[in-house]
Design a protein around this ligand. Structure first.
Ligand SMILES: Cc1cc2nc3c(=O)[nH]c(=O)nc-3n(C[C@H](O)[C@H](O)[C@H](O)COP(=O)(O)OP(=O)(O)OC[C@H]3O[C@@H](n4cnc5c(N)ncnc54)[C@H](O)[C@@H]3O)c2cc1C
Length: 422
């Protein structure tokens, strides 16, 4: 009997790849025609963009391993850059190509736009985290944690708060300091390569889910697209999916907000979750428009980060502007939001012409709000042969809980597949 994977996002595709590697017969059921879930390509005006700009980190070890395994070459598909946080006119922090921990030490000591007092405060904060083995007990909000550590306000505004919102997609006042500490431990405070920024140079479906589907098919599996699962029933022989089967085991890799519809008994495990949005506006300018760097921050702007897709394998002149988490921008009419962001880009790219086209995509439930002490469901559902995978599922060790990320999704998929075959 086959194993079924429901959901063709990064978690589901990772689980399916891992299962075929273990010699299992696998069938993937994905509701959409496009694979990738919340990290997918969107066809638009004859071209392709992503449903939202994503960043990966060198620390995404499982994602990189599986990409390699299915023949999606990370070196070609991702632009690897040393960690660089730059807010033009305000601050620039670049990690030198030195072995750890000199790379993060150098990044902070040589940062421009931070006073020495602020640099030493940042180093003290990282050192204190290291001494505490990156445990923050009890878990508190990132804002409270920064206040407890008397972090200077400029450093907070230009370093920790943008890092928190970028990594956890949750405002610092509500975000879990412990999960941020987990991310810092595995990136800034780990080997130099782990802190590298990996910027996609292909669309997000082509980066892993599509090559994974090919790999699964080549190994005898089946990937059903445009196949929404509406019925999941347990019988004496196994699980029936939309009346078909039976399947010996099922990995349920849908987003947390789709879980209760499929398995009402699991509703209580996710009903306390809340969601944070991400807005990405794509500005198509004439091909000669270019940003000074592939990725730049906007200090105090409506947009938070700008990405020059022309420098990332995309069409020249395409700029993606990202706004993570909830905020006042959500109350603006789209045209006004786009106008404000265009104005902000014009400060960075002088003599900027009007955009030829703008496309704004708002993902209202982009990620779960990564709040302190969030209780996450375990991958063991208690129902025989039914496993959970996804960015929201708890890790074996809470110290490894990640925010909603591609890496969190992939790790969870691999773990569910291994538990299934154990
Ligand atoms: C705009 C945006 C920006 C982001 N930026 C980053 C970033 O920079 N870095 C980062 O690491 N992460 C980022 N994330 C988060 C990341 O995309 C997610 O954490 C990750 O993709 C979640 O993967 P998943 O497989 O757990 O869930 P999903 O991607 O939600 O996959 C679930 C799949 O299940 C399918 N499905 C649901 N119900 C059914 C059903 N009944 N039958 C069949 N199929 C079903 C869905 O169609 C979907 O394909 C971002 C997310 C968004 C939306």
């Amino acid at each position: 009997m086959s194993v079924a994977v429901i959901g063709g996002g990064y978690a589901g595709m990772a689980a399916a790849v891992e299962l075929v590697c273990q010699g299992q017969q696998v069938e993937v059921f994905e509701a959409s025609r496009t694979l990738g879930g919340r990290a997918r390509a969107v066809a638009i005006d004859g071209g392709t963009i992503d449903n939202g700009q994503h960043i990966l980190l060198g620390a995404y070890s499982e994602t990189l391993r599986l990409m390699q395994l299915v023949g999606a070459d990370p070196q070609r598909l991702l632009k690897r850059l040393p960690l660089r946080l730059e807010f033009p006119g305000e601050m620039r922090l670049v990690a030198p190509r030195l072995p750890a921990p000199l790379h993060s030490l150098g990044a902070i000591l040589f940062a421009s736009g931070l006073a020495w007092r602020e640099k030493f405060a940042a180093l003290r904060l990282i050192y204190a985290l290291q001494r505490a083995r990156f445990r923050i007990t009890p878990d508190v909000s990132v804002l409270s944690w920064l206040e407890q550590n008397k972090t200077p306000s400029r450093q907070r505004r230009l370093l920790w708060e943008p890092l928190c919102v970028a990594a956890l997609n949750t405002p610092a006042g509500h975000a879990s300091a412990q999960v941020l500490a987990n991310v810092i431990r595995d990136s800034l405070a780990a080997a130099r390569e782990a802190s590298d920024l990996l910027l996609p140079q292909a669309d997000l479906s082509a980066m892993f889910p599509e090559p994974a589907a090919q790999f699964i098919t080549q190994h005898g599996g089946v990937v059903h697209r445009a196949h929404r699962v509406s019925g999941l029933q347990r019988t004496g022989q196994g699980w029936l999916i939309n009346g078909q089967g039976p399947f010996r085991q099922v990995v349920l890799a849908v987003a947390a907000y789709h879980l209760a519809a499929l398995v009402p008994a699991l509703r209580t495990t996710v009903e306390h979750f809340t969601w944070e949005p991400i807005v990405t506006s794509y500005f198509t300018y004439p091909a000669n428009v270019r940003l000074p760097q592939p990725m730049l921050g906007v200090a105090g702007g409506t947009a938070q980060w700008l990405f020059d897709r022309g420098q990332l394998g995309g069409p020249a002149g395409l700029i993606a502007a990202v706004i993570s988490a909830r905020g006042k921008h959500l109350d603006l009419p789209t045209a006004e939001l786009e106008q404000r962001i265009h104005h902000e880009i014009s400060h960075i790219a002088p003599s900027l012409p009007a955009p030829l086209r703008v496309q704004t995509i708002t993902e209202k439930r982009a990620t779960f709000a990564c709040t302190p002490n969030l209780l996450r469901p375990d991958m063991y559902t208690g129902l025989p042969g039914l496993w959970l995978a996804g960015d929201y599922v708890a890790s074996a060790d809470p110290a490894n809980n990640y925010p909603a990320t591609i890496e969190g999704a992939v790790r969870s998929g691999v773990r569910a597949a291994r538990a299934e075959t154990a």
